[in-house]
Ligand binder design. Structure first.
Ligand code: PMP
Length: 366
């Protein structure tokens, strides 16, 4: 282990997973299907793509106007004001900035043990004492435990809804009851990277707390809008918190091309985006059904990926994931989260999923 700033022990880098190129070269494959990073397999959309191409001729300028326009678009969409919106280079960058702005040495931070890993790493990096609370057996945030673990030193609570890697959401009424019990000085940061894939009636509405409670809602253009490679995310909160965020982050923390693509998608690609969402949700249903037929136990997914437990008697997740990689399919092994018999599979295109399922069937038969 190496010791970096603030004597934090960094034991493992953030797991990005294998790239398609790496797998192609390593196993001498022609075809590799990547279902390991919860990306949108279809994007960018028509207007989004054209706006990005066009934006390149303006890259000599800082994106000042772009920030103003984008904040206004997002405010209109969420029913908030531009002062309630800040941008970042993806939700990951925003999560890091939030840690910088809030956490002092010795502060306590609550996270779910089986959730997006970045919360733990960046909180630790800022000197927080990170308290990890296991999910319940049905993959919900154990809010009773969260409440019990709140002390005078608690600064932040990270909530991922829908949660990565389980794809599940936590019951809205439970989250609302929990919010009533969070002390006034504690901040709740809700990561909604996958919110657009969830059933809106079941998903807790955290935006309505802004202005009343200490809440920040983080979202991204990486998933639903298919702009993972462009790097754009946003955060919604009260104006003071947004101002503090904009003070801590670097002046222009995302770029003109990403904003151009995102703004065009929001304004002109709605119909296409709607169609794609329906396709992804339909294929998610098909994937859940097919995995069920193969003997998997699949968690109820509210995201663009599914989390599934291997059938009884099957090899462990690491073995299955390695075997699939040799056959040209990249999925995620959930062992690092403490789930040695679970895999996480992104809802790719119908064809990609058929390829995955045929390889998976062969791997399980061996
Ligand atoms: N939050 C969650 C829960 C995620 O799964 C991811 C990406 N996999 C991110 C944030 C970061 O996304 P991005 O930086 O691409 O917006």
């Amino acid at each position: 282990d190496q010791t970096y700033r603030k004597e934090v022990n960094i034991t493992q880098p953030y797991i990005q997973g294998e790239t398609e190129d790496e797998v192609r070269r390593k196993y001498h494959l022609d075809k590799v299907v990547k279902l390991g990073s919860n990306e949108n397999p279809y994007a960018p959309y028509y207007h989004s793509k054209n706006a990005m191409i066009h934006s390149i001729s303006t890259l000599n300028r800082y994106p000042e106007d772009d920030f103003v326009n984008m904040k206004k678009l997002l405010a209109d969409e969420t029913g908030l004001k531009p002062e309630n919106v800040a941008l970042g280079s993806g939700a990951g960058n925003i999560i890091e900035t939030i840690s910088k702005m809030f956490i002092n040495e010795g502060d306590e931070v609550l996270i779910a043990k089986q959730s997006y890993r970045l919360y733990r790493e960046v909180s630790k990096l800022m000197g927080a004492k990170v308290i990890e609370i296991p999910l319940t057996a049905d993959y919900q945030f154990d809010l009773d435990q969260f409440e019990q673990k709140i002390t005078d030193k608690t600064k932040l609570i990270w909530i991922c809804n829908p949660n990565n890697p389980t794809g599940t959401i936590t019951d809205a009424s439970k989250l609302e009851a929990f919010m009533d019990h969070v002390p006034e000085n504690v901040w709740v940061i809700v990561d909604e990277a996958y919110a657009q894939f969830a059933d809106h009636l079941s998903l807790a509405n955290f935006i309505r707390y802004i202005g009343h409670k200490r809440v920040m809602v983080v979202r991204t253009f990486s998933k639903f809008y298919g702009l993972a490679g462009a790097r754009l995310g946003y955060v919604l909160s009260d104006p003071e918190a947004i101002q503090a965020y904009d003070t801590v982050t670097e002046p222009f923390n995302t770029n003109r091309t990403a904003i151009a693509g995102a703004a065009a998608a929001m304004q002109f690609d709605k119909a296409e985006i709607d169609k794609t969402l329906k396709k992804i949700l339909g294929d998610r249903e098909g994937l859940v059904e097919s995995l069920g037929l193969l003997g998997f136990t699949v968690a109820p997914s509210q995201a663009n990926f599914v989390f599934a437990k291997l059938p009884e008697g099957a090899p462990d997740a690491t073995t299955v994931v390695d075997e699939l990689m040799k056959q040209g399919v990249i999925i995620r092994d959930c062992t690092p989260w403490g789930y040695p018999h679970h895999i996480r599979v992104t809802v790719g295109t119908h064809k990609e999923l058929e390829f995955f399922l045929s390889k998976l069937t062969a791997v399980l038969a061996n």
